[in-house]
Structures are given as C-alpha cells and as structure tokens.
Design a binder for this molecule. Structure first.
Ligand code: ATP
Ligand code: MG
Length: 636
C-alpha cells in the first residue's frame, strides 16, 4: 500500500516547525503577500472560540482578485476558460473580468445593495456567478451561494435563514442536454421568502419566462445603466466575505461565516503550497462553485494568484464518458482537482475512454470531499496521472475555509502514501485524540482535532453562536472538533477514516466506515461501497454493506465471498459483515458524498430526516425496497 514516490520532506519540516513555533508572525508574513488598503495592527486576537485575524487591517476581496492584476502583464492573461457540455466557450481575460465586476457592482449599488447586506446567489456554473461573487464583495456586501441544483424548498430555507433582500439567478440551468427551469423553482421558493425585494436574472436562453413587475430585473438591462468603475469598499479584515451552508451529509446544513482578510490569506497560501501554481498553470477544479471547494479553489485562491482557470458547466459523463479528458487535452490542463466520487464513477466504466486522450500536460492531481480508497488512488495515479503526477489528497471542510492536511508539492516533494492525506499544512496543529481528549498512540483510531486557530477558520455559524460552540468547541476543551475520525501512522501521516458519528462499534472495537469500504472497493469488481452499523444484541453493532459492482459484473456467490475475504484479511474477522446488498445507486449529497445516515435510517426503519441535500431520491427508494424485501423474507 505504501507509495514512497517523491522525496524528501526536509524543506517542508523546517517550514512547518517555524510556523508552529511562531504562529502569529508566520501568518503575518503570508498576509503580506496579498494587497491591503491598510496594514493590520494585530496578527491574531483569539477569544476562544472566536478568532479574528489581521485585526485593524482593511482590504477588498474583489480588488485583491482583479484590480491588482491591472498593474501587471496579467491584465492580458486569460482568467477564465469557460465551456459547457455542448462545447460552447467563452474566454475571459483579467481585464474583461475586472470590467464586468466593476459594472455589475455598480448595478448592484443602483438597486440598493449596501455594505453588510446579504445577497443570495442561485446560479449555474456560468461566468456571471464569478462576476456576481466579486461584485458583491466589491461593495462590501456578503454573498450566500446556494447550489443551483437545490429544490425550491431548500432554496427558500436558506434564503430565510439569511434574510436576504436580493437574489441573483438565471432563467435556466443546462444539464445533460436539458434546460433546468431555475426561474420556476425561484418563483415557487419566493412564495415563502418575505424578505426578497429584488431578483436579478441572467437571461441565457430565448425562452419566455415569467417576470414579476417591480421585483424581477434583467442582468443585461441593469448593465446598460452601469458605471465602468466602482470604487472597491474598504472593509475590515473580519468583515464577512460570505455565508455558505455545509453539504448536510450528517444532518441539517450549518451556515458557515467566513471573514475577508484571514480567509483570503489562507486561500492564497494553501493554493501555492498544495498546487504549486505558476503563471504557466492551467488549473481545473471540477467542483461546483456552490460548494466550498468552488468558493476557495475555483474563485478566490486562483484569482488572487492571477491563475488561469477552466470552468465547466455540465455533468462529468455527458454527452459522453470522455468529456472531462477531452477538456484536459483541449486546454492543456496542468493541475486537476476533483472528487473520489467522480473517480469511482469513471473507474466503474473502464479505461478505454481515457486512453483516447493525451493527458500529458497534467502535473498535479488533487482530490477532496471524502476519503479516497487506495485502489482509487492508484487508479488515478496510473490512468490519469500517467504515474508522473503527485496526488494531493486534501482534507478540509467548509468550516476550515481551505485545505488543512494535504501533501504540499509547492514546498518541495512529499513522499506519498496511497489513501493518506499525508501531513498537516504549515501552521496547522492537528492531532488525533481519544474520548477524553488525550492524544492516542501511533496507529490508533481517534477523533481529529485542530489545536490552534488558523486564518481560514470560520468566524461562526450565522446568527447562531450557541450552535457554533456546541458543534465545534464542546466535545473537547479548547480545541476545534472536526467530527472526523482518523489515524496517525508512525511517520505522522494522517489517514482519514470517515465521520465520527458514522463510526461502527463492533464487539467493543471502533471501526471507521472508510476502513471497511476500502476493503470492499479493493476488489477489482467493486465500484463503490457504503457501510453502516445496525444494532446487534451480541456485538453491539453489526456491519451492513451496500455496494455497486463495476460494469459487467453480477452479484454471484463468489463475489460475496471475495468481499468477505478481503474484509477479513484487511481488518479482521470481527468486521465480517452481517449482510451485503448489491444496488445500482447510493444515496449521496449533491456534492457527491455518501449519506450513510440515510442508509442507517433505512436499516433501522426510522424516518430518514432532512433530505434537502440528497442528490437522487430514487437511490433511497431502491435501497428501501431491497432492504424491506429481504427483511420481510427473513421474518417470514
Ligand atoms: P455536514 O457537516 O453538513 O454534514 P459535510 O461535512 O459533508 O456536511 P463539507 O464541509 O462539504 O460538508 O465536507 C467536509 C467533510 O468532508 C470533512 O469533514 C470530511 O468528512 C470529508 N472530507 C473532505 N475532504 C476529505 C479528504 N480528503 N479525505 C477524507 N475526508 C474528507
Ligand atoms: Mg461537516
């Protein structure tokens, strides 16, 4: 399993040790790399559990992302290569982006948006989404992006939580060749959102849409009156840049608030360390901007660096399974950042689609969102990276604002291990602890905590300081609780094992869902697996597996036996599953994470709870039906 493919880490260690020994001045040095209107007076003010970074400093996110490039040759550089699933393209230079941001900021001011106002963005992956984010930030307003795949109820819930007056959206989204009627969804959501006064619509199609007199405004019409320049509002470092709701994998989404100064500094630094970005880089992150990965590593970090990004609107497998590889070849992508769930989907369909394309431009591959099983890691390394590109498996959360534990090739080569997120980034004091908060021994599972604040740390949960304290700062005194379960190995490498509240406890042994899932996926015929624990009178909990086979395989007896064998070999007989189900789909969040809490609810016959973040309800019906059938047979 070990993959010592890149050496050595001396430079990283020096850097790391310096950072930890003098945290505040270390981050102040990083802060000097982004443009400020006024220098801060204090690097960090820590009033547990609230951190304020670069206190007294003033800046503007849109200035730091676009204006700053107007003073160098980068003004002519491509900021965004945009492409949709049909091959329509737009190429936007930094000057063009600057102009559009200024003009839309002026339009927003004209309709009454002011510093500190919250503006909800419900937009597909089009350049206007990036422009809206930066325009909002330019005038000191706060954006709250809602992923444009959400239903009208999910949108209404989030609007009502923020109390926003303005919504920016589009007439349609386009996915898998179909128009998604966003305006209809919005009209239905707005029936229950009394605070919204104005809706700005990007008109993408010639289709007719309902326009509500006095409320609905067209983006392009607003721009006809707009000024070419809008003064960027100077905001205090702790001024909120945005609110973003978490994926809701484990329950009701949380409204995470991020600062301007600390967040941008953290994004700037981590992007350089992890992706080793340079002016030659062509960078593509496949996430949707509606998730934190898109906020931090499609928009803010790359633009701060003046990088060239590829932005893609569409599904990974539409119109064909090599759509992504085609794009990498076309633009000569050098840095590619995606999720394990997408990789497992491609793996399921085999390599022939990949072989059709020249992927030799790639230099660094990244992954985020879930633990990546060693088998998937090896597949990625070999078939996408041509055994040439380091894989940066980046562990982080909406709450952390940026990557926390990850290889950092930008700080020198890192020896990699397939399936490990390797080492904490400089300035990140991560530890694995037991129930009493004491560090566990090497190789022992425990809870991942962060012991010191970092600039990307959330400022809190929107208007809910009580929940903020309860969720992150109550389980262990004085340290940030991540809710994830991990192991640190003898070299200090971190292995993420899934969410602590999804952990299995079998005959007194705590087993991470990711451990069992990894053993299942290690079989060449398995595409995906999800594991849950069900109550068992003897063992406390017994293991139930839901799995998807690769194309061309059937759930025959030896398939089951092989799965059980691999679990016994990799973990031990105690993890032998009680039941294995073969399914077509697993319940996932719209960001592609497996929702084990839904599987758990099905196996226990209890209501499945909040499903607003669920991707496809058909997955639940399939599993429920299968599970109930088997169990009624067992009972009968
Ligand atoms: P909620 O908190 O509402 O349940 P969520 O945790 O899925 O939603 P995100 O902030 O999008 O919302 O996801 C962060 C989580 O994703 C981490 O806590 C971790 O469980 C998982 N994760 C992210 N990156 C990795 C990674 N590289 N390896 C393992 N797990 C990861
Ligand atoms: Mg979470």
């Amino acid at each position: 399993m070990e993959n010592k493919k890149f050496y050595p880490i001396k430079r990283y260690l020096e850097f790391y040790n310096h950072a930890i020994s003098d945290l505040e001045s270390f981050w102040e040095k990083e802060a000097e790399k982004i443009p400020w209107f006024k220098r801060w007076e204090k690097g960090l003010v820590w009033e547990e559990p609230f951190a304020r970074w670069f206190v007294g400093g003033a800046l503007n996110a849109s200035y730091a992302c676009v204006d700053v490039h107007m003073h160098s040759w980068r003004k002519n550089k491509v900021a965004i290569y945009w492409e949709d699933e049909n091959g329509n393209t737009k190429t936007i230079s930094y000057t063009q982006l600057y102009r559009e941001v200024n003009r839309f900021a002026s339009a927003l001011k004209d309709i009454g948006v002011k510093k500190g106002d919250i503006v909800v963005l419900y937009l597909p992956m089009i350049p206007e989404l990036v422009i809206s984010m930066l325009a909002t930030a330019r005038i000191g307003a706060i954006h709250a992006i809602v992923f444009s795949g959400f239903s009208s109820e999910a949108l209404a819930d989030r609007i009502n939580d923020t109390g926003a007056k303005v919504l920016i959206t589009a007439d349609f989204g386009i996915r898998r060749g179909k128009f998604v009627p966003l305006k209809e969804i919005i009209d239905s959501a707005l029936k229950s959102t009394p605070t919204i006064e104005k809706v700005v619509l990007v008109k993408r199609t010639q289709e007719e849409i309902n326009m509500e007199e006095g409320r609905d405004l067209l983006y392009h019409e607003l721009l006809t009156q707009a000024e070419n320049y809008t003064e960027p509002e100077s905001v205090e470092s702790s001024h909120p840049l945005y609110i973003l709701y978490t994926s809701g994998t484990t329950g009701k989404p949380k409204g995470i608030v991020h600062s301007t100064g600390g967040y941008l500094v953290y994004n700037y630094a981590t992007y350089k360390w992890v992706f080793d970005v340079s002016d030659e880089s062509i960078y593509w992150c496949t996430a949707d901007i509606g998730w934190v990965t898109g906020h931090s590593y499609i928009v803010y970090a790359p633009l701060l660096h003046g990088a060239t990004i590829v932005m893609y609107e569409g599904a990974p497998d539409y119109p064909h399974l090599d759509r992504w590889w085609e794009i990498i070849e076309k633009y000569g992508v050098t840095i590619f950042y995606t999720s394990p769930t997408a990789l497992r989907m491609f793996m399921r369909h085999g390599e022939e689609w990949i072989k059709r394309h020249d992927l030799s431009s790639l230099k660094i591959l990244g992954t985020v969102g879930e633990p990546i099983n060693p088998e998937v890691w090896e597949w990625y390394y070999r078939h996408i990276g041509g055994e040439r590109c380091p894989i940066v498996d980046t562990w982080w959360q909406t709450e952390t604002g940026g990557m926390m534990i990850s290889p950092a090739p930008g700080l020198g080569p890192v020896p990699l291990k397939a399936g490990s997120t390797t080492l904490p980034l400089p300035g990140i004091d991560a530890e694995v602890v037991d129930d009493s908060g004491n560090p566990v021994a090497t190789g022992i599972k425990g809870y991942l905590v962060i012991k010191r604040p970092w600039p990307g740390m959330l400022m809190g949960l929107y208007h809910d300081p009580v929940r903020y304290k309860e969720v992150y700062w109550t389980k262990f005194k004085g340290v940030y609780y991540t809710g994830d379960y991990a192991i640190k190995d003898e070299e200090g490498y971190f292995w993420l094992l899934g969410r602590a509240d999804e952990t299995l406890k079998v005959a007194g042994h705590r087993i991470g869902t990711a451990e069992v899932e990894s053993a299942v996926v290690a079989n060449a015929f398995v595409a995906e697996a999800a594991v849950v624990g069900v109550p068992d009178p003897i063992k406390g909990e017994a293991i139930v597996i839901f799995t998807i086979l690769k194309d061309g395989y059937k759930p025959e007896a030896d398939v089951k036996e092989n799965i059980i064998d691999s679990i016994r070999k990799q973990i031990g007989a105690l993890a032998t599953p009680r039941e294995i189900y073969f399914v077509e789909k697993l319940p996932k969040t719209r960001s592609g994470k497996i929702m084990r809490r839904i599987l758990k609810a099905i196996t226990q016959g209890v209501p499945i709870g909040d499903v607003t973040t669920l991707e496809d309800e058909a997955s639940v019906d399939e599993i429920k039906q299968l599970y109930d059938e088997v169990h009624s047979m067992l009972k009968g």
